[in-house]
Design a protein around this ligand. Structure first.
Ligand code: CP
Length: 315
């Protein structure tokens, strides 16, 4: 594997799920990463991604360097040809190149602005790191996708599915703030690449980019979508069409036990962090069908498998 920024970097997504489960069950620790260094570059906050990526790298014997760009480093300039007379101190050209000299792999977290759709969906920051750092890049969540989360989600579904083709529903959930479309885009992209039966349900105006959802069933009636579901993935996202906006929604989209009665005793999934009783009710988060902690645990093994494959490619 040369890099990991979307499912398109994976030759055989279904085989990758097998590889993660095999590593989890048989090969939790190795020395393949001895004398290799990973740089974890965070433009935004994180709990799971930060800790699971560090643990995954350490399980392979790697050294880890971590930077919170906004507080630990110089303010970066991304515009080519700009006169740097403002508050940016260092250009991405030098910063990424230097990080690439110190690290064998760079992993980057950079959220979207939710202001400029074209800029966000062109993945400007991630692509500039790829261009200038000259080492393999792993996305720790970009402006459009969260592939390590999605890989862990697919592994969690594989571990718990009882049917060969379970019905998976991705449902929009309420929130008070504009949230990126990233997790929903990525979940849809991976579920479809793994040939799952995917239904996406959301209020009108919350349609995701067809680039990621083409092949899924779109259902505006949440209760209808939930019928016979085996897995229900809960996530809020802001509008893609009215970019980054939180639209008025009249119906109650908070998922609870009552609404789940029409499902096939569906498992509940969420990537975390979750706002309890706003996005998802206590009873479902704490209930016996919740896979939320299993997803978080699988983040380690998903990332470890990806790092191992990248190391194998650069050895
Ligand atoms: N799910 C996830 O990426 O969590 P963090 O934002 O805490 O890393």
């Amino acid at each position: 594997m040369k890099q990991f920024i979307s499912v398109k970097d994976v030759e055989n997504p279904k085989q990758l799920l097998e590889d993660v489960i095999n590593l989890k069950n048989n090969e939790k620790f190795s020395t393949i990463g001895n004398n290799k260094t990973i740089g974890l570059i965070f433009f935004n906050s994180s709990l799971r991604t930060r800790m699971s990526t560090q643990k995954a790298a350490q399980n392979l014997g790697m050294q880890v360097m971590m930077i919170n760009v906004s507080s630990d480093s110089w303010k970066l300039e991304f515009q080519d040809g700009s006169v740097m007379s403002g508050d940016s101190v260092e250009h991405i050209k030098e910063a990424a190149a230097v990080m690439g000299l110190y690290c064998d792999i760079l992993a980057i977290r950079s959220f979207p602005s939710l202001v400029n759709k074209q800029e966000d969906y062109s993945e400007e920051i991630l692509n500039k790191f790829i261009k200038y750092c000259k080492v393999p890049v792993v996305s720790l969540e970009s402006a459009t996708l969260h592939p390590l989360q999605s890989l862990a989600d697919m592994v969690t579904i594989k571990e718990h599915q009882k049917q060969s083709k379970p019905k998976i529903v991705l449902t929009w959930a309420p929130h008070v703030k504009p949230i990126p479309q990233v997790v929903a885009n990525s979940f849809a992209q991976w579920a479809l690449a793994c040939e799952h039966d995917l239904t996406i349900t959301h209020p009108e105006g919350y349609e995701l980019s067809e680039e990621f959802t083409n092949g899924a069933t779109i259902e505006y009636d949440q209760q209808k979508a939930l019928a016979e579901a085996d897995f229900v993935y809960v996530k809020n996202w802001s509008s893609f069409t009215d970019y980054g906006k939180v639209l008025d929604v009249k119906d109650d989209w908070l998922l609870n036990e009552e609404k789940m009665k029409e499902t096939n005793s569906a498992k509940i999934m969420h990537c975390l962090p979750v706002r309890r009783n706003l996005e998802l009710s206590d009873e479902l988060i704490d209930g016996e069908n919740s896979l939320i902690l299993a997803q978080a645990e699988n983040r380690v093994f998903a990332t470890q498998t990806v790092l191992k494959k990248i190391i194998e490619n650069i050895m």
